[in-house]
Design a protein around this ligand. Structure first.
Ligand code: ZN
Ligand code: ZN
Length: 247
């Protein structure tokens, strides 16, 4: 029986805690991590301002690194510390997030797992399997998570993983001043007819900025293939009388 996605409350396949759209978003976020970390490394040192004479004195020498950046790319614990008073500055660093979750997931993976298509997948044996095949760099860990994401989507902690990943990516984007690319689509919305369909880089669906319409890329392509020739024919019919009047 189909279920509800625990992140967006949309329709999820049987025995899944994440819908395909939220799985897609998590995948895009995972793929974004190495690029964001590369950007962040360039921001580790504070910008050196011009030397000032006789200015306001400092009690301490300025720190040679930016702490909010070090928080994200340095060592740390895998799970966000319970922080009822908001005293903690950072959160989970990228490396600790990836390795911590990989070890947690690996301990949970059974030796044999049936995927969403019903195919039996023989996975590595239980526990001590959270090691990427291609080294232990950030990209290797990210690839490990990409492989296991379809399994994570079937586990009760899927929404927790998704939320933590979202928090991490948003912190990285804030520090790096980056935003996911949004592209305007070249067809009217099938629901409200506005020229208001947009494609977000990290979302599966093409959505309308004026109404709740959401289309998969395939639905959009089919819609565009139907509606655009009709609009072109209409524009031509309107143009012909105008040309006759002008003649
Ligand atoms: Zn969802
Ligand atoms: Zn619309």
């Amino acid at each position: 029986m189909d279920t509800t996605c625990e992140v967006c409350h949309g329709h999820a396949p049987a025995d899944h805690y994440l819908c395909p759209a939220c799985q897609h978003t998590a995948l895009v976020w995972l793929r974004e991590l190495p690029h964001q970390v590369t950007l962040l490394r360039t921001m580790l040192q504070p910008e050196n301002g011009p030397a000032r004479r006789g200015g306001v004195g400092r009690a301490h020498a300025p720190l040679p690194v930016r702490l909010e950046v070090l928080d994200l790319i340095g060592p740390g614990h895998a799970h966000v510390v319970y922080d009822p008073h908001g005293d903690q500055t950072g959160g989970v660093p990228v490396g600790a997030f990836l390795t911590g979750w990989a070890h947690y997931i690996a301990c949970d993976v059974p030796a044999v797992h049936r995927d969403e298509h019903g195919t039996v997948q023989i996975l590595q044996s239980r526990a001590a399997t959270a090691w990427p095949r291609t080294g232990t760099g950030l990209t290797a860990w990210r690839t490990w998570h990409e492989r296991y994401l379809p399994y994570v989507a079937t586990r009760p902690y899927a929404a927790h993983f998704h939320n933590e990943l979202e928090g991490l990516v948003h912190r990285l984007r804030r520090l790096n001043h980056t935003k996911p690319v949004v592209r305007a689509k070249n067809a009217p919305c099938p629901k409200c007819a506005g020229w208001s369909l947009v494609e977000h880089e990290d979302q599966l669906h093409i959505s309308c900025t004026l109404c709740p319409a959401r289309l998969t890329p395939e639905q959009y392509d089919a819609h565009r293939a139907t509606v655009m020739p009709q609009l072109a024919a209409l524009a031509l019919r309107m143009a012909v009388p105008l040309r006759k009047e002008a003649a």
